[in-house]
Design a protein around this ligand. Structure first.
Ligand code: NDP
Length: 384
């Protein structure tokens, strides 16, 4: 029987690539649930092609248009966040690919975890915001959380067959983004068109800006802390511009393992969907003989302050990472709207971290309140 897959955020970069994987392996995977926020046109197109049983459009205003197009196809159409949560908590699918971008992905991912489901996690913000609560539920309900982020997929693959207690360090690689080596006098004038040109990966707009500002690596450090139960001091970041080594693990005996491959998100997506199986494919392959050198350098955290801010909140814990994440979502949107400059993003995030009240052991409601409060405060900083 093919595994039935729910793709949350099927119209995005990860979502469309997850559909490519399903298309390549119709004997192994079938699309059961597809979801979008605003892009009803693409959702309808995808549903007509992949014939899932359920389609969900988060923006309720678009329900009528989606339902009119898909009801005649025998597809059940739902709308709104409540439906995303209900279907995620249901038993219609085998694997949920959590590929909604940002805080918006938390509620449905948590709903799936609370039912002990298998989740392929692309939505790193879920763990950044509420990693303690999500991982406690993973343990309590026996859910399988398989990382899709290429770095975390690499670490996960390096850990297969290993005793987690033998890990001394995880080393996340970073491409450095389009502004690697640049200094503040250059960055002060960069525009979104430049920041959206990632050298190695084609991704959604938010994560592409996060990669340019190194916030993505900061979020990934926090994601790694929760996923692999490691302490902040056990997490390192190294810039590796070729994006061939997707990350490394060092063990207590000094031995290191790495996972390599061409930069192609279909590989970690496929791995998460098929786990614990490995399946063959026709993706282009990394040929070690054609690469004369793989290079590594230290990240410049003085220029790319987001990485330092993320490290601070990772160490501080509590609701601080939630503040960082909410502020980051607001400033990235503002940068994409040309409302603030590239370097101002870190200033505003830092101001939010100073302003919003620290909560040491937050509840889920505290995280929701912190997210809301931070967004409201950060927006005032942008207007002024
Ligand atoms: P995209 O922006 O390309 O896609 C986001 C998806 O989420 C779309 O389907 C979008 O729908 C949907 N969405 C947006 N807002 C909401 C909302 N409020 N409610 C419900 N659905 C919503 O993002 P990516 O695919 O690039 O990234 C998705 C996640 O995966 C992020 O957390 C990112 O950090 C992570 N990730 C991405 C990688 C990549 O290569 N792209 C690599 C590693 C991790 P619509 O199209 O209708 O707006």
């Amino acid at each position: 029987m093919p595994k039935s897959i729910a793709i949350y955020g099927s119209t995005g970069s990860i979502g469309t690539q997850a559909l490519d994987v399903i298309e390549q392996h119709p004997d192994l995977f079938v699309a059961e649930v597809l979801t979008a926020n605003n892009n009803e046109k693409l959702l309808i197109e995808q549903c007509k092609k992949f014939k899932p049983n359920i389609a969900i459009i988060a923006n309720e205003e678009k329900y009528d248009a989606v339902n009119a197009a898909l009801a005649p196809e025998g597809i059940k159409v739902f709308a709104g966040e409540k439906s995303l949560i209900e279907v995620a908590a249901g038993d219609t699918y085998d694997v949920l690919i959590a590929a909604i971008v940002g805080y918006a992905g938390l509620s449905s991912t948590l709903a799936a975890v609370e039912q002990g489901k298998t989740v392929g996690l692309a939505n790193k913000e879920t763990l950044v915001v509420a990693g303690d609560i999500v991982m406690a539920e993973v343990a309590r309900k026996g859910a399988n959380l398989i990382p899709v982020d290429s770095e975390h997929s690499a670490i996960f693959q390096c850990l297969v067959g290993e005793n987690p207690a033998d890990v001394s360090k995880v080393i996340l690689t970073a491409s450095g983004g389009p502004f690697r080596g640049k200094k503040p006098n250059f960055l002060v004038n960069v525009k979104k068109s430049h920041a959206l040109q990632h050298p190695n990966w084609e991704m959604g707009a938010k994560i592409t800006i996060d990669s340019a500002s190194l916030m993505n690596k900061g979020l990934e450090m926090i994601e790694a802390k929760w996923l692999f139960n490691v302490k902040p001091e056990q997490i390192d970041v190294v810039v590796h511009p070729q994006s061939i080594i997707h990350s490394l693990v060092e063990f207590i005996d000094g031995s290191q393992k790495a996972q390599l491959g061409l930069p192609d998100m279909k590989l970690p997506i496929q791995y998460a969907m098929a786990y614990p199986q490995r399946i063959s494919n026709d993706f282009p392959r990394f040929d070690i003989k054609k690469f004369e050198s793989l290079t590594f350098e230290k990240p410049d955290i003085k220029t790319f302050r987001n990485l330092a801010l993320a490290k601070d909140v990772m160490v501080k814990g509590g609701n601080a990472p939630c503040v960082l994440n909410a502020a980051n979502e607001i400033v990235v949107e503002a940068f994409l709207n040309n409302s603030i400059g590239f370097l101002e993003m870190s200033d505003k995030i830092e101001a939010c971290l100073e302003k919003i009240k620290f909560i040491d052991v937050p509840t889920l409601q505290d995280y929701k309140d912190t997210d809301k409060e931070t967004r409201a405060y950060c927006s005032t900083l942008i207007k002024n």
